[in-house]
Ligand binder design. Structure first.
Ligand code: F6R
Ligand code: MG
Ligand code: MG
Length: 383
């Protein structure tokens, strides 16, 4: 049977600035998804948050980009905004809902979407990742490590089912075009593109031997939709694991050396992507509105439903004490980068800062600039 996992997320307001959503918002969403289970629209629904973003994880049999499932997510976010976030004057109420023009799909309207439809295997482990204070390109290094690097994923070398490699669908976020790249043959081409994570992001990955879907990631960039800074895109992704895909342990290994990603304070800085436990309440941001962080939820898909460790409660894959060491490392990198203050590369490069409030500051200085002719500086002291 074919099952679809739809992960749709949005920041529609939070408490204490950008800390975390109010529990009434999460409970409201839980009720909406439970009702949708009742009508049979979805098979199962799980609601959580990563930092200030509410994440809806839904399984159903309706395929990707289903208008009814997207409408469910859209109305859930809209109602939470109106009935809870605005009522309590939460910070950034409705922040990620950039347009009212819903016409069957939430893509392009603000919320982030990752969806994967596949034929359920005899046993189908799936991991859903959610990140806060960063952008879709933050998945580039982990996805490269998981599906293309033999140094991370032993199975690429020693498991015949993985040995043929994977196809990466790479999206050019600026030109709105995409290209399929096959690894291992084209691994250098892949890195040539995804080494620029602000522009190129991986949207899907397929197993090369049979085109079986392996992973999907959200790729929306809010600033490119809105033309200005409206909060970071805070991406989600779905990865299938085991028996012909990378093992769960190989998948999460990709986060053991924190990549430096864009986002963090005011969406304007680079910082380490810190893997955190949601069960221990580490899925909130603090130091300098960060550092950027990622949670990993593990489920089995069983007859279309999400099965976790206790009912639908997922396995918390970054809970193990091993990850304390990684978190420590990420904290050290974070403090080190902050020691640079507002100097690049701790602050994002000029191009990416165009969408922030920095141009307003630079604008004020414009009248004070004087032309420099033939290398001779004209000294003009304003009186
Ligand atoms: C990052 C983020 C925060 C805010 C920051 C300033 O995605 O949302 O770091 O940018 O807290 O917010 P304002 O300008 O609303 O005071
Ligand atoms: Mg926010
Ligand atoms: Mg967020």
């Amino acid at each position: 049977m074919k099952t679809t996992i739809s992960v749709i997320k949005a920041d529609v307001g939070s408490v204490a600035g950008h800390y975390k959503p109010h529990s009434e918002m999460l409970n409201y969403a839980r009720k909406k998804l439970a009702d949708a289970e009742g009508t049979g629209l979805i098979y199962s629904g799980y609601v959580t948050h990563c930092g200030d973003d509410i994440v809806l994880v839904m399984t159903h049999g309706r395929g990707e980009n289903d208008p009814e499932v997207h409408l469910l997510a859209w109305t859930t976010f809209r109602e939470i905004t109106e009935k809870v976030a605005k009522k309590y004057k939460l910070y950034g109420a409705g922040q990620d809902l950039l347009s009212d023009a819903f016409s069957g799909n939430v893509r392009g309207l603000g919320p982030g979407v990752a969806e994967l439809e596949f034929n359920e295997r005899g046993s189908d482990p799936v991991i859903v990742f959610a990140a806060d204070k960063t952008e879709p390109g933050a998945w580039n290094i982990p996805l490269y490590r998981i599906f293309a690097s033999p140094d991370n994923t032993a199975g690429l070398v020693i498991d015949p089912k993985l040995h043929e490699g994977f196809r990466f669908d790479v999206l050019d976020l600026i030109e709105s075009q995409s290209v399929l790249i096959k690894t291992p043959e084209e691994v250098y081409d892949l890195i040539a593109l995804i080494g620029t994570p602000g522009r190129y992001a991986i949207s899907k990955i397929f197993r090369a031997s049979d085109n079986e879907p392996a992973a999907a990631a959200s790729t929306s960039r809010l600033s490119l939709i809105a033309g200005r800074y409206v909060g970071k895109d805070d991406p989600v992704m779905i990865v299938r694991a085991q028996a012909g895909f990378p093992a769960v342990g190989e998948v999460i290994s990709a986060f053991a050396v924190p990549p430096i990603v864009s986002g963090w304070m005011r969406g304007s800085h680079r910082g380490p992507l810190m893997p955190v436990s949601f069960r221990k309440g580490q899925n909130v941001v603090s130091f300098f509105d960060g550092p950027p962080r990622v949670t990993a939820m593990g489920w089995q898909i069983s007859n279309g439903r999400l099965v976790g460790v206790d009912g639908i409660e997922p396995a918390d894959l970054f809970e193990d004490p091993f990850w304390d060491h990684v978190r420590q490392k990420a904290a050290e990198i974070a403090v080190y980068l902050r020691s640079m203050g507002e100097f690049e590369p701790a602050r994002l490069g000029h191009e990416e800062m165009e969408y922030t409030t920095l141009p307003l500051i630079l604008e004020k200085l414009k009248p004070r600039f004087r032309p420099v002719k033939e290398g001779v500086r004209e000294e003009k002291v304003a009186k």
